[in-house]
Ligand binder design. Structure first.
Ligand SMILES: C[S@@+](CC[C@H](N)C(=O)[O-])C[C@H]1O[C@@H](n2cnc3c(N)ncnc32)[C@H](O)[C@@H]1O
Length: 256
């Protein structure tokens, strides 16, 4: 983590700024300490999360070592066509040189290959093991990454920090997808379009967990229609749909 980025951060559980002390981010009001391991702040307080969320983190840590191989073999065996979907998705974000960009649920940083080099890039994910691989993948591509571990429903960034906020394939795993989406909106600057892309099958599982929306979950088309309900009321230009010839849906909206 670069010291000049400290003013962009906050303790997501109480909103206080941080100072740095001997390898820890320390909340200036509460004194709450979050360790920085291999340059990655771990801003996750397990006592603030359910057992289910802690298990989700454990599962992603355990499977991280295989993630890149599974994605690349899926592509080689033509089980999926993620590369094209990723390339088109990242191009549609219209990221410019020098923009400050946040990718939530960044995983191992698979999208790095499609992003411009000269951006101020931040990645966030629940799994430290995924992030360690993202760090190595970033090094291989000579990129400077700012990586943070935590729950996407508690982003450790101040309001209105980023020119772009996006994610791919993470929301289906969130315990609280509503809060995950509203945190993406909170940390984006005014006028920013927030982009989400995820698997339709994952969205159906996610909706089944949310009783008010469960009736949509057995109908893929209706499922995609239900996605705008995740977006906070104050947002505008909300659009969702499925991506042609793929198993993905998109959700995007603008922060006024
Ligand atoms: C299928 S992977 C997608 C990774 C990456 N976005 C990609 O396109 O390859 C899902 C990612 O979501 C992360 N994740 C799951 N639940 C999360 C949460 N509550 N907050 C943040 N990240 C989460 C996992 O650790 C994992 O890295």
């Amino acid at each position: 983590m670069r010291i000049e980025n400290l003013p962009l951060l906050c303790n997501p559980y109480v909103g206080e700024p941080f100072k740095i002390e001997k390898g820890f981010l320390v909340g200036v009001m509460t004194g709450k300490k979050f360790p920085i391991i291999n340059g990655i702040p771990l801003i996750y307080d397990a006592s603030n999360h359910s057992k289910k969320n802690n298990r989700n983190r454990w599962l992603h840590d355990r499977s991280a070592f295989a993630y890149d191989a599974v994605v690349s073999w899926g592509e080689k065996l033509k089980i999926n066509s993620e590369n094209t979907v990723r390339e088109n998705y990242i191009r549609s974000l219209k990221i410019n040189s020098g923009d400050r960009v946040l990718e939530t649920a960044i995983g191992t940083g698979t999208n790095l290959a499609y992003l411009p080099q000269d951006i101020d890039f931040f990645g966030h994910d629940l799994s430290i093991q995924m992030l360690k691989i993202a760090q190595k993948n970033g090094d291989k591509q000579s990129r400077t990454l700012e990586l943070f571990q935590g729950d996407g429903a508690f982003l450790p960034f101040r309001d209105e920090t980023f020119d772009h906020v996006f994610q791919m394939g993470g929301l289906q795993f969130y315990e609280d997808p509503f809060k995950g989406v509203s945190e993406m909106a909170r940390t984006a600057k005014s006028g920013t379009t927030i982009h989400i892309l995820d698997e339709i099958s994952g969205a159906m599982r996610m909706l089944k967990k949310m009783p008010a929306h469960a009736k949509y979950a057995d109908q893929p088309q209706r499922t995609v229609d239900a996605m705008p309900r995740l977006v906070p009321h104050s947002m505008r230009s909300i659009e969702s749909g499925s991506i042609e010839n793929s198993n993905f849906y998109f959700l995007r909206f603008e922060k006024p």
